[in-house]
Write a protein that binds this ligand. Structure first.
Ligand code: AMP
Ligand code: AMP
Length: 227
């Protein structure tokens, strides 16, 4: 006969194992999403430059989004762990350059970063605390220089149009992984290069091939507006 104590111990170990399993299966991968500011601004909705001034004419971060392999994603995972600017004060100036807000009215970025942390960041908090999460995104941004990748292939942000396959090919050649391209529509109805999705492993350290692509379609000719 097993003693009650040893059964209890086994139960406790089982519970601990199950909770570890749960933590490990919070999500399957991240989308790291960068945005062309010229396309955000060149729509009916328009944009407002941040209070720190006009961002560089370069891709900015939109977000680092936990996702599932079936295409769905978790959101707003922990209302008890809201965005706290004092935890990332050392990153503020880097965030202002690399993760600029373009929403109106003009802001300092806190509202945008707070939205991204509360909606997406809290869903990977078991692996990345707030500071690690923003630091990881900034480090991925340094590893994936999309504008340089496109320019190397002769694709320039001067209002001209390029094929979807030439844009994907240029990024794959430079970064090593196939991106997903999201387009939006400018005020005269043209399809334009809006956001680029790359997939990232669950520790947010390395790019991977995407397990699944988002939905959505671009036109066959995609405009790359200036900013
Ligand atoms: P998400 O909720 O993370 O999927 O992001 C979508 C929201 O982010 C929308 O409300 C967008 O208007 C907003 N958004 C996208 N890009 C920016 C930006 N550069 N600055 C401020 N808000 C943005
Ligand atoms: P389709 O024209 O939708 O049949 O897509 C042809 C191929 O291009 C498929 O492998 C799609 O997954 C891929 N594809 C379509 N749209 C995009 C996009 N916006 N970004 C990256 N790949 C895409």
């Amino acid at each position: 006969m097993e003693s009650k104590g040893s059964i209890l111990l086994k139960l406790l170990l089982l519970l601990q194992y199950l909770s570890l399993l749960c933590a490990a299966q919070d999500f399957d991968f991240f989308y790291f999403v960068q945005q062309w500011p010229g396309s955000y601004c060149d729509t009916e909705k328009s944009c407002c430059y941040p209070t720190s001034g006009k961002p560089d004419a370069d891709f900015g971060i939109h977000g680092l989004w936990p996702n599932y392999n079936d295409g769905s994603y978790p959101s707003n995972c922990d209302p008890n762990n809201p965005f706290n600017p004092s935890q990332i004060s050392d990153l503020t100036s880097s965030l202002q350059s690399n993760w600029p807000t373009l929403a109106c009215p003009s802001g300092d970025g806190i509202t945008f970063w707070s939205h991204e942390w509360n909606k997406h960041g809290t869903c990977s908090e078991s692996l990345l605390k707030q500071h690690d999460y923003f630091e990881a995104a900034l480090s991925l941004r340094q590893k994936a220089n999309l504008l340089q990748a496109l320019k190397t292939a002769g694709i320039e942000p001067s209002g001209g149009s390029y094929s979807l396959s030439s844009i994907k090919g240029a990024i794959k050649d430079a970064i090593g992984y196939t991106p997903f391209i999201e387009c939006n529509v400018d005020s005269s109805g043209n399809s334009q290069l809006y956001q680029v999705y790359l997939c990232v492993n669950t520790s947010a350290s390395d790019f991977i091939e995407c397990p699944v692509f988002p939905g959505g379609k671009c036109g066959s000719d995609i405009q790359f507006p200036s900013f």
